[in-house]
Structure formats: C-alpha cells, structure tokens
Design a binder for this molecule. Structure first.
Ligand SMILES: Nc1ncnc2c1ncn2[C@@H]1O[C@H](COP(=O)(O)OP(=O)(O)O)[C@@H](O)[C@H]1O
Ligand SMILES: [Mg+2]
Length: 302
C-alpha cells in the first residue's frame, strides 16, 4: 500500500509547510481540491456497462421508478457542484478525474459498492460522497445510489436539501421497505437513501444483516452505490459497513487531518479494499475563485 502511504505523506508535508503547526479548524481551509492517489492511471475511460433492469432480486428499475416518486430537494449550491448548468465550478474537474480513476480501477476488479470514510468528523466525507455520486450520473445512462450510512451524525440530507427520514435506520429497524427509504431528486438517475432518524444503536443496526440484504437486492439496479459513513477513529461503524463494500476511499482534509490519525484510519481496513486517498481542500492554484467558493460554503454551514 505504498500509494496510500505516499498520499498520506504528502498530506503530512502539506501540513508541515503550512502556517503554524497546530491542526487548523476545517473552516479555515481556503481552497478546494480533491484528488485520488493511484498509480498508472491513464486517460478517462468509462468501460462499466450500464445495468439493465432485472427481476433477479425481485426488484426492477420500473418498479423502483414507480414506487420512488421524485421528491423535492434543495441542494446547497455552494457545496453541491453538479446540480447547476455551470460545469466549471471549482472542484468539479477534480471529481471528473476521480470518476475516471474509479473506472480505471474497475477494469481490474469488481467495483460497485464504494465506501467513503475518513479518520475524523468534518473532513468532507459527505461532500465527497455526494459530489462523486453526482458526477457519476452525469455520464449518460449511469445510475447511482448514494447512502448516508452515518447513523450517528448524518449530514448528506443537508448537502442535498432532502428529507432525513425515512431512511436507512428505518429500513434496518424493519419499519419500512427499501422503496420507502429511497428518494429520487431533480437529477436524473441519482437516488438517495438518507440516514433516517438517529436511533442510537448504530453498530447493532449496521450488523443486523439487513444492510447486506438491502445491498444485494438493489445492486442490480445501479451502476454505483456510494456509502457515506461515520468517521473511523471514534467509532467502529465504518468497519461494519466496509464488510459489505468492494472498495474504500479515505478522505484526508489537507492541513487538517493529523497524519497519524489518517494512518490509523487506513489500518482499520484490509489492503485489498483500499482504493486510495481523496485529498480534500488542497490548494488548486485558483485562489480567488476557491476562496470565494469556500467562504460561501462556510457561511451556509456554520
Ligand atoms: N472541499 C470543500 N469545499 C467547501 N466546503 C467543504 C469542502 N469539504 C467539506 N466542506 C464543508 O465542510 C463541512 C464538513 O463537511 P462534511 O462533508 O459534511 O464532513 P463529514 O461528512 O466528513 O463530517 C461542511 O460544511 C462542508 O460543506
Ligand atoms: Mg458526513
């Protein structure tokens, strides 16, 4: 896993060369940039085949559309990069690069259920997971489901401006079926399962077998399933979710994540699941735009 170590080392070096040696609060990060560290990644390719409707799991795409009507979302325009016409938002290009690298990895291994996690809260897990799902469905015919599996401190619904419940918690409690827990917003082919109400027994819920069952049932309907999780260091929930996933992206917030904690987070997972590190908030070279963009994001979330 030298690639991961290289990426963590790089994040550490950026910290070392930044102003001051203490860990900066996340909101002080001036710039936006995301990248995944992975070797030998040539140009954009999108070889994953579009999933055809199937009855194999008892669900098909038509029943999903019929039973999951479009709901009102108000995506935060300052952090959700792909809901507007403007394709040149700061950070958008980095998400396209991330997408192309994921397709390249997918040529070498089965990859559909993708978990996004990080060492600590507020490092950008939900930001990365939500924007990644959007950029994936920007490609014609691709369908994605993004799941907020952070049952303790859910945040994805705020980024998307969607309802928090019913969602994963209600499904895991057996209170609703998969259709009732899913939402379809204004972006074609993008589906969302919010976390649901905060139930207070996240590890028990995530390990009761229903998450695996859910993923098996809906998997044939989607090209990608992105799972946003709790941070790794304080709680074990992400490790439970990882056992149902094909690959993991670890978000490291530039100038924020202490490198020893990022390393500890990475050690929680088997090497074969680790796809790479997304460096969030690194300098992009577009200082004026980035600062403006970030300033707006801070105001909206504070
Ligand atoms: N690259 C970024 N640019 C602008 N704002 C960001 C960026 N990454 C994270 N944020 C903001 O930082 C806060 C924490 O991000 P979030 O994705 O919710 O963290 P996490 O899910 O890791 O707890 C949110 O207010 C989010 O909008
Ligand atoms: Mg979050």
């Amino acid at each position: 896993m030298s690639r991961i170590h290289d990426a963590l080392k790089r994040a550490e070096q950026e910290r070392a060369t930044s102003m001051g040696t203490h860990v900066e609060p996340a909101f002080d990060q001036p710039e936006v940039r995301n990248e995944v560290q992975r070797e030998n990644m040539p140009s954009l390719q999108s070889s994953g085949a579009t999933v055809m409707p199937t009855m194999a799991s008892g669900l098909n795409y038509e029943s999903l559309l019929a039973r999951c009507p479009q709901t009102e979302w108000s995506p935060d325009p300052r952090t959700m990069l792909f809901f507007q016409e403007d394709d040149s938002r700061v950070g958008a290009e980095e998400f396209r690069t991330l997408r192309s690298r994921l397709y390249q990895i997918r040529e070498k291994m089965p990859l559909k259920r993708l978990m996004v996690t990080s060492a600590l809260p507020k490092e950008g897990k939900s930001f990365v997971a939500a924007n990644l799902a959007q950029v994936l469905v920007r490609q014609h015919g691709r369908r994605a489901l993004v799941i907020d599996a952070d049952l303790r401190n859910p945040g994805m619904h705020r980024h998307l401006g969607a309802a928090q419940s019913p969602g994963l918690a209600e499904y895991l409690l057996g209170e609703c079926d998969e259709f009732a827990a899913l939402q379809r917003g204004p972006m074609e082919n993008l589906f969302f399962m919010p976390a649901g109400r905060v139930a207070g027994s996240a590890p028990e819920l995530l390990s009761n077998g229903r998450l695996k069952l859910f993923l098996q049932r809906v998997e044939p309907l989607f090209d990608w399933i992105i799972l946003d999780t709790s941070p790794v260091i304080p709680v074990s929930d992400a490790t439970l979710v990882a056992s149902s996933c094909d690959g993991i992206l670890i978000v490291v917030r530039s100038n924020v994540t202490p490198s020893d904690l990022a390393r500890r987070a990475r050690e929680e997972f088997p090497d074969k699941l680790l796809l790479g590190v997304v460096l969030n908030g690194a300098p992009s070279g577009k200082l004026a735009q980035s600062k403006y963009y970030y300033g707006e994001a801070v105001n909206s979330q504070a």
